[in-house]
Design a protein around this ligand. Sequence first.
Ligand code: HPA
Ligand code: ZN
Length: 337
Amino acid sequence: MNTFINNLPKAELHLHIEGSFEPALMFKIAQRNNIKIPYASVEEIEAAYKFDCLQDFLDIYYQGASVLIKEEDFYDLTYAYLTKCAEENIRHTEIMFDPQTHTERGVSFETVITGISKAVEDAKEKLNVSALLIMSYLRHLSEEEAFKTLEQSLPFKDKIKAVGLDSSEKGNPPEKFINVYKASIEAGYIPVAHAGEEGDSSYIWGAIDGLKIQRIDHGNNALQDSKLVSEIINRDIALTVCPLSNTALKVVDDLKNHPLKKMMDLGLSVTINSDDPAYFGGYLNKNYSDIQKALDLTKKDLIGLAWNSFRYSLLNSKEKEQYLKELFDYYQKHMKS
Ligand code: HPA
Ligand code: ZN
């Protein structure tokens, strides 16, 4: 089964580039930039990765990101993740980045976007992995701050496909960002948002009705409200589910109790993703294999999940068709024999 998962062509739709920052690379970049971090070794960084909720994780995650200063730092971070994609047969990925985590510290938007997008271009050519970018607003900051980020992004609009919303969910509902989402859509960005990870189902209603999102990041708490489930299905909105993130942040107590299968049985379109793989114990293939074991998913289930990952990507229909054909060929080779 693991070989089947490793070779399965798939897309990743929920990945924070700052969350792919491996301790070894963090240590190297901190030294290169002469930045003091409160850890003496890679092992000490690894030992600090313990959290009981989203906020505990975010505190460590923002601290780790603070060693990223130069264009080459953003390049190295992104290229390392894309190399991992090539190893895991992730054929396409949609990468979230948090500009405000960096611009707040005096790093320019241009430095961040240029480093990340150069790595994306090189990966397409050298690794044959495609990627597009989702600029995520930090929801613990104000809507006015998000507007500043939108403004800064406009000269680089051709490099960014979508806008997202992440960070501390509870107390920062989607309604806070209605105006900046409206302006982002007018600027040509596709709207997605984290909703229903720690926040209740009202946060998902707010995101689909108020922010007009085309995809829900996480969405676990949709199951609290059957009317909401029907609405998500009717509007054909997919959920980007992140199993290992959910257990690491105690959104779900045990993978065996993960609602993924229930979501599938209800008719929700779900995908599997790693969220912040350097922090949550595994990249995409480990998310597939651990949830497969926990819920006893079949090969057919896994093909369906990979199918959704391309189907609900933000690629154009021709690009989607090419990847879906690759997946269909894989299906024929491995399921029909
Ligand atoms: N939730 C909210 N914000 C985040 C996450 C997450 O899982 N990862 C990085 N920022
Ligand atoms: Zn996330």
